[in-house]
Design a protein around this ligand. Structure first.
Ligand SMILES: Cc1cc2nc3c(=O)[nH]c(=O)nc-3n(C[C@H](O)[C@H](O)[C@H](O)COP(=O)(O)O)c2cc1C
Length: 530
């Protein structure tokens, strides 16, 4: 989608997708730890990592920056970004993806992010809160900014998410080594001896981060609008002409120079929870910094021992889940539920609940999902297990999984970027875990849950009347009589037993009335020996 000319009279609510009001919303729902006391830049990352919540710092470093971190670090916070419940978030994500929205150019004078403009010689990156994020990182970072670029060769717009390493007062390095579109665009520029202008937005809504994580063949700026669910106002860079959201907190404008990959970037704590080795990357020259008057700075929680709390994992999980839904639906399989646990870095583990119709269906799900490059382990459960619950999946693993029968090992898949399990030949092994129960209708295949009753459903006055309508579990008798107790039911059953008319069904243990005197294989006396 190309940036469009200004629509006459178009009005934007520049606060709606601004980071600051979103943080206010997160505070309301108890998702933010607020630090009122001053904190030094060097101490930030330890505090950020000490809590599963987002952190809001009121005063960071000598410049007293207001700064927020780990905004997208939980499913609850991402659900709040979409305005839906945690279980609906991927459905909402997919729904919005099916409803593309446009990009609209707004003039600089309307753009809140142009309230303050620092350009040329005035630019000094050390006035921004670059900080050491992981103890062995190669330097201080702003991580992560959302980059906006237009391929000079094709006119295609590209959006991604990139870390920025402080190099000097007006230069940064970034990681363009990973297999991304921005890397390809830059390589093309270097081959033609051209610079690549890029604008980095710092301080963005989680939906913009989700858009940045997507890769599509066409115009990408529109992805930001599409995930927001409405047009995105974009303003052209004052010094590089590259559009970026006019409602961002801060934008760093500039260009990657034409000299190519020439300086070491990293090491840096990566999205698998390990350090990524240093690699050779290009240099970015800053030509302007623009920001809101009351700018809220942002740091992204990238790596660490608790991957489930990182933003890389939580954002990646929604991408993985939508890929899983799409893949299964393409194979005419409608799963009951899908979850990609962020602790497994949000990409590698797929949990799928299925409503089984024929034996062996779990195998079809496993085979389909192993075709998704990033998915390495697939866990399939019946829909009586909650895929969002570690406890229930662990339980299914312990009671339904038999390794000699239910494990599918699939070696020889191409190793994905930075995957720590890839072997020297570059391949990795995938596996499927069939955690579904053996096909059976017996009571032993049913999950024992607490009984729940609907009030006001009295249909019979006596147990005898209830059983005349057919065999019943104890709970069904309780419900049929509208009982709120149960002990009186036991006494009524005992009277029927003494009368000699009560039997138990052998497999289910349901209570029933004897149809004839010969009806004894399931007699109450047999059950009485239980
Ligand atoms: C928080 C975060 C930081 C990221 N940092 C980088 C990075 O520095 N370099 C990189 O190549 N990819 C990084 N990624 C992944 C890319 O943003 C992602 O692959 C994106 O789709 C690339 O976009 P592109 O292919 O359109 O350029 C990061 C992702 C997240 C969520």
């Amino acid at each position: 989608m190309q940036a469009k000319p200004v629509m006459p009279g178009a009005r934007f609510d520049f606060e709606k997708f601004r980071l600051r009001p979103f943080i206010d919303r997160l505070i309301e729902i108890g998702e933010v730890q607020v630090h009122e006391q001053p904190v030094s830049l060097a101490r930030l990352s330890a505090i950020i990592e000490s809590t599963p919540k987002a952190t809001l710092f009121r005063s960071v470093g000598p410049q007293k920056f207001e700064m927020v971190a780990a905004v997208s670090g939980s499913r609850r916070r991402l659900a709040a970004a979409f305005g839906v419940g945690e279980r609906e978030v991927t459905h909402e994500f997919m729904r919005r993806m099916n409803n593309p929205q446009p990009v609209i150019d707004v003039p600089s004078g309307d753009a809140p992010v142009h309230q303050i403009v620092i350009a040329g010689e005035e630019v000094d990156l050390t006035t921004l809160p670059f900080h050491l994020q992981h103890e062995l990182d190669g330097g201080t970072y702003i991580s992560s900014a959302i980059d906006y670029a237009v391929d000079p060769a094709t006119g295609r717009s590209n959006v991604g998410c990139r870390r920025l390493m402080l190099r000097g007062r007006r230069e940064m390095r970034s990681n363009l080594t990973g297999p991304t579109d921005l890397r390809q665009i830059y390589i093309g520029c270097v081959e033609r001896g051209e610079r690549l202008p890029v604008s980095f937005a710092v301080g963005s809504h989680p939906l913009d981060y989700l858009a940045a994580g997507l890769r599509i063949p066409g115009q990408e700026f529109g992805l930001v609008a599409t995930l927001r669910g409405e047009p995105v106002p974009m303003v052209r860079g004052i010094t590089n002409g590259v559009p970026a959201p006019a409602d961002a907190e801060l934008i760093i404008e500039g260009y990657f120079d034409e000299l190519g990959f020439r300086e070491i970037e990293g090491p840096y704590g990566e999205f698998f929870g390990y350090y990524g080795a240093p690699h050779i990357d290009p240099v970015f020259h800053v030509t302007a910094i623009t920001m809101r008057q009351d700018v809220l700075h942002q740091s992204v929680r990238h790596s660490g021992s608790r991957m489930g709390q990182t933003e890389t994992a939580n954002l990646g999980a929604l991408n993985a889940e939508s890929a899983i839904w799409r893949t299964l639906r393409a194979g005419n399989i409608e799963p009951a539920a899908v979850y990609a646990p962020p602790a497994a870095n949000g990409r590698q583990h797929a949990r799928v609940a299925i409503r089984r119709t024929v034996p062996g269906q779990a195998r079809i799900v496993i085979a389909a999902l192993l075709s998704i490059p990033v998915v390495r382990h697939v866990f399939v459960v019946d829909d009586d297990v909650d895929v969002f619950s570690d406890e229930e999946v662990e339980w299914a693993m312990s009671t339904r999984f038999r390794a000699d029968r239910d494990l599918l090992v699939a070696p020889g898949y191409p190793g994905t970027y930075m995957n720590p399990t890839a072997g020297e030949d570059g391949t990795m092994t995938k596996a499927g875990f069939d955690l579904t129960a053996p096909f059976s209708t017996g009571i032993e295949s049913l999950v024992a849950r607490a009984s729940r009753f609907e009030a006001g459903t009295t249909r019979y006055r006596t147990v005898r009347q209830a059983l005349e309508s057919g065999p019943k579990y104890f709970a069904q008798i309780l419900e049929a009589l509208g009982s709120d107790d149960g002990r009186e039911i036991a006494l009524e059953l005992d009277s029927l037993r003494e009368e000699g008319v009560l039997i138990r069904l052998e497999n289910s243990g349901q209570w029933a009335l004897r149809k004839s005197p010969e009806d004894s294989s399931t007699s109450q006396s047999a059950a009485a020996t239980d």
